[in-house]
Design a protein around this ligand. Structure first.
Ligand code: SF4
Ligand code: SF4
Length: 347
């Protein structure tokens, strides 16, 4: 059968909820681009009773917008820190399933602590999504820590043997951009069929590296779509951030038109990941109840209409915005949650 490839911008859907649940901020690694900021996110792991109560605050039966009824999907992503360091993870997965979350993913650094591969039922999760930041140990380990590459490879193999689906996340920075072109072949050799390319965010510890880690517009546009297409030719499903809007693209802020919740163990709940380094969260969980935060928080920022597109990028990363000689924006910055997808389609 002939295969067709398609590029598609994934539109924000008001009937889809994504719950990014950081069940711990602890981690065994110290990645150069780590976004965890203990001052803002806390320095704790949640126990299973708390996780259960907090999962229920965002479960599919809960309504955040009056005109959306019912949700078509409600996706739960467990992450950290390293989520497998929290021994409550297997029970948290079961609870998410019981509550009717449509899909469950675990974002992990691949160390699979607490016997996660044996304690979690492959039928209960959609993916283990493992971070890999290079196709060679020297590239990956320079970013994620010595020995992490071999551990990742071992875990991918074990996870496949046990029947888990595995996807991979690659965070693009100046430190590993040269490795990206080799990733489709590398992932193919590992049997990984879903690939998330992420752009490095200057959050958490990445901030101390300043602009040196970020990829410029020219390199991004030259390399990333090409790699994505190449991966799709190898039957790998690829998702990557749009980053720059085309002239006729409509700008939309996910904070207004979508339902994304980023929950941290200290109870802060953000709806924009770029706000996570600041006390700008939309909600806070206090005594297991969800409280809407008063002004001024991220919600007020979302409504600011700026020619640059994303207001948080304008405030936090003005150096990434291309202007012409007269100070006009030449490419607007898309919402960081806006993705392009390329999927091999069997016709
Ligand atoms: S990026 Fe993830 S794996 Fe790396 S140190 Fe931070 S929490 Fe740990
Ligand atoms: S990244 Fe920008 S556009 Fe997206 S939710 Fe945040 S402020 Fe809105």
């Amino acid at each position: 059968m002939e295969k067709k490839k398609i590029y598609k911008t994934v539109e924000f859907r008001p009937d889809t909820r994504n719950v990014f649940f950081h069940i711990t901020t602890f981690c065994n690694l110290k990645c150069k681009h780590c976004y965890i900021n203990p001052k803002e996110h806390g320095d704790i792991s949640l126990d299973i009773d708390t996780i259960k109560k907090w999962l229920s605050l965002f479960s599919p039966d809960k309504k955040f917008k009056e005109n959306i009824d019912p949700l078509k999907s409600c996706n739960c992503i467990f992450l950290g820190g390293e989520p497998t360091l929290n021994p409550a993870l297997p029970d948290a997965v079961k609870e998410a399933k019981n509550l009717g979350y449509t899909s469950i993913t675990i974002d992990t650094n691949g160390y699979m602590f607490n016997d996660a591969l044996n304690k979690i039922n492959p039928a209960d999760i959609n993916y283990f999504s493992i971070s890999i930041d290079g196709h060679l140990p020297e590239i990956n380990d320079a970013i994620r820590g010595k020995g992490s590459f071999n551990k990742i490879i071992e875990s991918v193999k074990l996870a496949h043997e046990k029947g888990f689906a595995v996807s991979s996340i690659f965070t693009v920075s100046q430190k590993n951009l040269h490795s990206l072109r080799f990733m489709p072949d590398f992932l193919n050799s590992l049997g990984i069929k879903r690939f998330f390319i992420q752009v490095i965010g200057l959050r958490g510890s990445a901030r101390s590296f300043g602009d040196n880690l970020q990829v410029n517009i020219k390199d991004w546009l030259e390399i990333v779509p090409d790699v994505a297409q190449n991966a799709s030719k190898k039957n790998i499903y690829v998702t990557y951030p749009k980053v720059y809007l085309d002239k006729n693209d409509k700008f939309q802020c996910a904070g207004i038109v979508a339902e994304n919740f980023f929950i941290f163990p200290n109870g802060r709940v953000y709806t924009c990941p770029l706000c996570e380094d600041y006390s700008l969260h939309s909600y806070e969980i206090r005594e297991d109840k969800l409280i809407e935060m008063p002004k001024i928080c991220e919600r007020e920022l979302f409504t600011l209409d700026v020619p640059e597109g994303c207001v948080m990028n304008k405030l936090l990363h003005p150096q990434n915005i291309p202007y012409d000689n007269e100070g006009r924006v030449t490419s607007r910055i898309a919402c960081c949650m806006l993705k392009e997808e390329i999927a091999p389609i069997i016709s």
